[in-house]
Design a protein. Structure first.
Length: 555
């Protein structure tokens, strides 16, 4: 009946027109080779053709109506020659000087409309959806000398017959292409944004949003519905935010997409975050550590107990760093448990707990429960409140190694943040082993990287922010491999704040972050900017990148 019956059945089931029992019964009763499940459902009376086509038309933003060849004038018929009408499976119904409206029986044959616009030299073509029998009858009568060729037309367009699979449907192909293109370009997330006059598609690549070619606005609802079906959301619910997940394999690589929908003025906005499982194999060197910081951090994550925090704003790579830590210390003689919201990556050999607030399983409740599982190492996705923080600190004092994240601008401020949310100073001083702040900077493209001599302005800026003064700096000139941006991939810059006896006493005394930072500097802590400047000198990134991500950081 349509170019993708399975997609239509999913849609009708989601909207309550069909039940799973009806669909299963129809599949069991299929007899003819060219008979589809949807054909059986319609012929058995489980659902009417009007309901099927009306629902699908609505998803594509099209009007569903009945047509009668007797009221279509020959003047309108002449607007589209018979061979063109047969080729694209359409019947002209209304026309004026600027536009023409055609009826078609397959709501998902939108490529016919786009092709017609080209064939008719850019003339505006609109579409309505009508029952197949009415379209066939109208075509037979209006183009009597040439006969009806509905089946032939569908075969020419590749929209019907036994070879039509789920992947052949135009909307499914388009939705899949949006996802696979993002993966090919190594995007971290996909943004589908309904605007007033366009359906905008943007990819976040190396931390920056990049606008892509937009699908036709009239396909907005169909594409959104397809994504919602893939992520097991309720497509009939358009007024409330929803979360879902898509698991996909591209070129042998298993990927998870975390999907979120939010209603906006012009439709539902969809964001898909691409979670690449290959990131789980990242070691600390791949994160961008310099040799001495890497050695320091490796010692910290192998401590028998205590709390180690990773801090930074959203999108700074904190979770990736924590997973890299877990991957490095995950051995058969240790029990590792995580509490996450949500579980972003499935890791073998690790017990992962998903927070579920609907049943009262928040971070603190989950943490209390898993401590009774006698783990060696615990990872908490984020410390958000005093109760969770207290339990984490007490767990560290009873022999557990605890990893977590905080939202702070620099590493010493982690102490201030814990005290501000209500953790007692003696708990922080006794349990905290270290806090590491991090940011992600774009790495210069290896393919088009070239050296240059710093300008006077850059030298002046360098002197103002760092003692490191490279004679040569590097930038990317832009090439096809980096999308002409000069950057490809991202690396981390880090600031490691270790807690020693002196800092413990400062924490006991409620010392401000400035004093904690001063002591850490005396111990040799590099600031984010200083770490970044060393990476500028090594050619990993550019001065502008370091200034961009550390502009608000104190030196």
């Amino acid at each position: 009946m349509t170019s993708n019956d399975e997609y239509v059945i999913q849609l009708l089931t989601e909207q309550g027109f069909l039940t799973s029992d009806q669909v299963d019964a129809a599949r069991r009763s299929m007899k003819a080779e060219n008979e589809t499940t949807l054909d059986v459902l319609v012929s058995s009376g489980a659902i009417g053709e009007d309901e099927v086509l009306g629902t699908i038309a609505d998803q594509f933003g099209l009007k569903y109506c009945h047509i009668n060849a007797d009221v279509i004038s020959q003047d309108i018929v002449k607007e589209i020659p018979g061979d063109i009408a047969r080729k694209y499976g359409v019947v002209p119904v209304v026309a004026d000087e600027d536009s023409i409206t055609v009826a078609l029986s397959d709501p998902m044959g939108y490529d016919a409309i786009d092709s017609l616009r080209y064939v008719l030299h850019g003339r505006d073509v609109e579409a309505v959806v009508s029952p197949r029998a009415e379209v066939q009858a109208a075509m037979a009568k209006l183009y009597q000398d040439e006969g009806s060729a509905d089946v032939q037309t569908r075969d020419e367009m590749g929209l019907g017959g036994e070879d039509a699979t789920g992947d052949d449907a135009p909307v499914i192909k388009l939705a899949t292409m949006i996802i696979t293109t993002a993966i090919k370009l190594k995007a971290s997330d996909i943004h589908l944004e309904p605007m007033e006059k366009e359906f905008r598609v943007r990819y976040r690549i190396d931390g920056a949003l990049r606008k892509m070619d937009s699908p036709p606005k009239r396909l907005q609802q169909a594409i959104i519905s397809r994504i919602k079906i893939m992520s097991k959301m309720k497509i009939s619910e358009k007024r409330s935010p929803q979360d879902g997940r898509i698991q996909i394999s591209v070129n042998g690589k298993d990927l998870d997409l975390r999907v979120n929908s939010v209603p906006t003025n012009h439709g539902e906005s969809i964001v898909m975050r691409i979670l690449d499982k290959s990131n789980l194999s990242l070691g600390l060197p791949q994160l961008g550590f310099l040799t001495d910081d890497q050695a320091t951090f490796e010692r910290l994550i192998k401590l028998p107990d205590g709390v180690v925090l990773v801090t930074g704003p959203t999108g700074s790579g904190k979770t990736t760093t924590l997973y890299a830590c877990l991957g490095q210390i995950n051995t058969p003689d240790k029990k590792l448990i995580t509490v996450e919201d949500p579980v972003e990556y499935q890791m073998s050999g690790i017990n992962q707990v998903q927070v579920n607030k609907d049943v009262g399983l928040d971070f603190s409740a989950a943490l209390r429960s898993i401590l009774r599982q006698a783990p060696n190492i615990v990872m908490i996705g984020e410390i958000r409140d005093a109760e969770t923080a207290d339990i984490a600190m007490e767990a560290a004092l009873t022999g557990h190694l605890v990893f977590s994240t905080l939202h702070t601008n620099d590493a010493p401020s982690a102490v201030t943040r814990l005290l501000d949310i209500g953790v007692k100073p003696f708990l922080v001083a006794s349990a905290l082993r270290a806090a590491m702040a991090q940011r992600l900077v774009r790495a210069i493209c290896e393919n088009c990287r070239e050296a240059y001599t710093p300008t006077e302005r850059e030298i002046k800026m360098l002197g103002a922010i760092s003692k490191t003064m490279p004679e040569t700096m590097y930038h990317g000139t832009g090439c096809d491999k980096c999308g002409k941006s000069g950057y490809k991939g991202r690396k981390g810059i880090f600031e490691i704040f270790k807690v020693d006896d002196t800092i413990q006493r400062l924490i006991f005394d409620h010392a401000p972050a400035t004093l904690l930072r001063q002591r850490a500097r005396e111990m040799g802590m590099r600031t984010l900017r200083e770490d970044g400047m060393l990476k500028v000198a090594s050619g990993m990134t550019s001065l502008s990148e370091i200034l961009r991500v550390t502009m608000g950081d104190a030196d």
